[in-house]
Write a protein that binds this ligand. Structure first.
Ligand SMILES: [Zn+2]
Length: 272
């Protein structure tokens, strides 16, 4: 069994929760292009509006955190000046007692996606957790899947969700988020409370989710399309989730995905 602190870290990253959108804490964070070298100049150029929007949101998040005593200098120190995270700092996963690998077929699928990033496929743990009530989650170096739930997703959703979790790992969101939450002195349970929807840490969490979404979409036009397909499926199957403070609502995600597809695939520079 995993210990409670591990579970906390993971749940902070749950991207989609079929069974329980509420009650699970998730989060994420940081800044950079995943596998920049695989991003074509055109794609990078077309994504400028998206990235500018993200940067603006980050500035707003910092202001909100300042309002509860987290200075920007503290925030930047935690995030190492908001610079890109080097894949080299990701500590390789080592199997822990009770951990179980996913099936070879699923492992191959995920490793193929990891190869599209700057991460080393062999350093990332890919663990099956039948007790997890979301399809996928992640911490600093591991993706956790409930294979039964994950297998019910469309292939596009599977690809995108893995790409999203990899962005969390690339940005080391769980580590940064945990440090920040500790600094603020708020627990996962408190943050998941619906009454905390407007807590600065929730704003931060939603920023991290959007960034993981967008950087996953920026991996290629195909991933951008997967983003749209995935979010549309979620909205259609589960409805919206306006009280999930740690993630953008499903309708917001569809809107963001449509914008990403427009900007990335069709070169239409929309302004939010
Ligand atoms: Zn996430």
């Amino acid at each position: 069994m995993l210990n409670n602190s591990m579970k906390f870290l993971r749940y902070i990253f749950v991207i989609v929760s079929l069974a329980a959108g509420v009650g699970l804490i998730e989060r994420q964070h940081s800044t950079t292009f995943c596998k920049q070298e695989e991003t074509t100049p055109t794609l990078a150029m077309l994504s400028q509006n998206l990235l500018q929007s993200l940067n603006k949101e980050l500035i707003e998040v910092k202001k909100k955190l300042e309002s509860i005593g987290i200075k920007t200098t503290t925030f930047d120190a935690i995030h190492k000046g908001n610079s890109k995270v080097s894949p080299g700092i990701v500590q390789p996963h080592t199997m822990k007692h009770g951990e179980e690998l996913v099936s070879p077929q699923l492992r191959n699928l995920i490793q193929d996606i990891i190869k599209k990033t700057a991460l080393d496929p062999e350093s990332i743990g890919i663990i099956h957790d039948k007790n997890q009530d979301s399809e996928a989650s992640s911490d600093e170096n591991t993706i956790y899947l409930n294979e039964k739930l994950f297998s019910n997703l469309s292939q596009a959703a599977q690809r995108f969700i893995i790409a999203h979790e990899l962005q969390h790992i690339l940005f080391q969101d769980s580590k940064h988020y945990t440090k920040l939450a500790k600094r603020i002195g708020i627990s996962a349970e408190e943050l998941s409370d619906r009454g905390n929807l407007d807590h600065p840490l929730c704003h931060y969490s939603r920023f991290l989710e959007k960034r993981a979404d967008l950087y996953a979409a920026l991996m290629s036009p195909e991933y951008a399309q997967d983003y749209l397909t995935c979010t549309q499926e979620q909205l259609h199957q589960l409805g919206d989730d306006p009280f999930n403070g740690t993630h953008p609502t499903r309708s917001e995600r569809v809107t963001l995905a449509q914008r990403a597809v427009n900007e990335i695939q069709h070169g239409s520079l929309c302004v939010a």
